[in-house]
Design a protein around this ligand. Structure first.
Ligand code: ATP
Length: 264
């Protein structure tokens, strides 16, 4: 099979609560509390092995929710995701345990991924070196800056050699030198024919890296296609969107949602 990701009709419902007591009542009583919010609506896309796909869209359009669902970290409400191979997600907040040290986090994450103690010992030094955390690796992660956390998350995820690598804004924090090193690693992965999903607000990075673009808008697929085709349309949209007033933006949002078919 040449497909590495098949996402079919993914929808994600969150509940928004005004008070924390509503959240508890919603769990323990038959009555429904809170307001339903659909972060993703009927999203389908497929990736071939070796595809590098960029997720773009304005803030809140559902990019992180979708990447978390593809990575198996957040459950979908409706729809299915089929993966051919193991996926690893790198995000600024990617599952590091704050009370554990950097080293303990490496060990925990690798154990969870099925590596043996001996394999982990062999990988550990490379991870620490790649993350540039030699001095700090035995400190608790809660004392790390967001750049340090991101470096550690990136180093762990690439060292486990996943078939599908999902990178969510992880290159936007930290210094330029590390971003360049990470981009070089991603190029290496690309040459090895691994599938990558790249979430970023940087149109420059999208151009540099991605072959295909999935443009999300209010949780829906606006466009999915080749980068040369979709990115110029997105750039034009963003220019326009930035100029809209609050009222115009709200009217645009309402129209986009109304034009979408009922999906549940
Ligand atoms: N755990 C949650 N509970 C409730 N709502 C959520 C939750 N996570 C995300 N959302 C909402 O879902 C929508 C999509 O969020 P998501 O983070 O996926 O968007 P995004 O495109 O990645 O945004 P950004 O570019 O700002 O990172 C947003 O309106 C967000 O507020």
């Amino acid at each position: 099979m040449n497909k590495s990701i098949i996402a079919r009709n993914i929808s994600k419902k969150y509940k928004l609560y005004k008070k924390s007591s509503e959240r508890i009542l919603d769990l323990i009583t038959p009555k429904s509390y809170g307001e339903e919010f659909w972060a993703l609506r009927d999203v389908s896309f497929q990736a071939e092995k070796g595809d590098v796909i960029g997720f773009i869209g304005i803030n809140g359009s559902g990019k992180s929710t979708l990447s978390n669902i593809v990575a198996g970290i957040v459950p979908e409400t409706n729809g299915t995701v089929e993966l051919n191979g193991q996926a690893a997600l790198i995000a600024v907040s990617s599952g590091l345990k704050n009370d554990l040290t950097g080293r303990q986090n490496i060990e925990l994450k690798c154990l969870m991924l099925g590596f043996s103690k001996k394999q982990i010992e062999e990988m550990e030094d490379d991870i620490i070196e790649f993350a540039e955390l030699e001095q700090f690796i035995d400190q608790p992660v809660k004392s790390y800056s967001s750049g340090m956390k991101s470096r550690l998350g990136f180093a762990i995820s690439v060292s486990v050699d996943p078939d599908i690598l999902i990178i969510d804004e992880a290159l936007s924090v930290g210094d330029k030198a590390f971003a360049e090193k990470s981009l070089a690693k991603m190029k290496e992965f690309k040459e090895q024919g691994k599938t990558m999903i790249f979430v970023s607000h940087s149109i420059g990075q999208m151009k540099q890296f991605c072959e295909k673009i999935l443009w999300l808008e209010y949780g829906m697929v606006k466009e999915f296609g080749n980068v040369e085709e979709v990115l110029p349309k997105y750039e034009a949209f963003i220019d326009n969107f930035k100029k809209m007033s609050k009222v115009e933006k709200e009217a645009y949002r309402k129209e986009a949602l109304e034009n979408h078919d009922v999906f549940i």
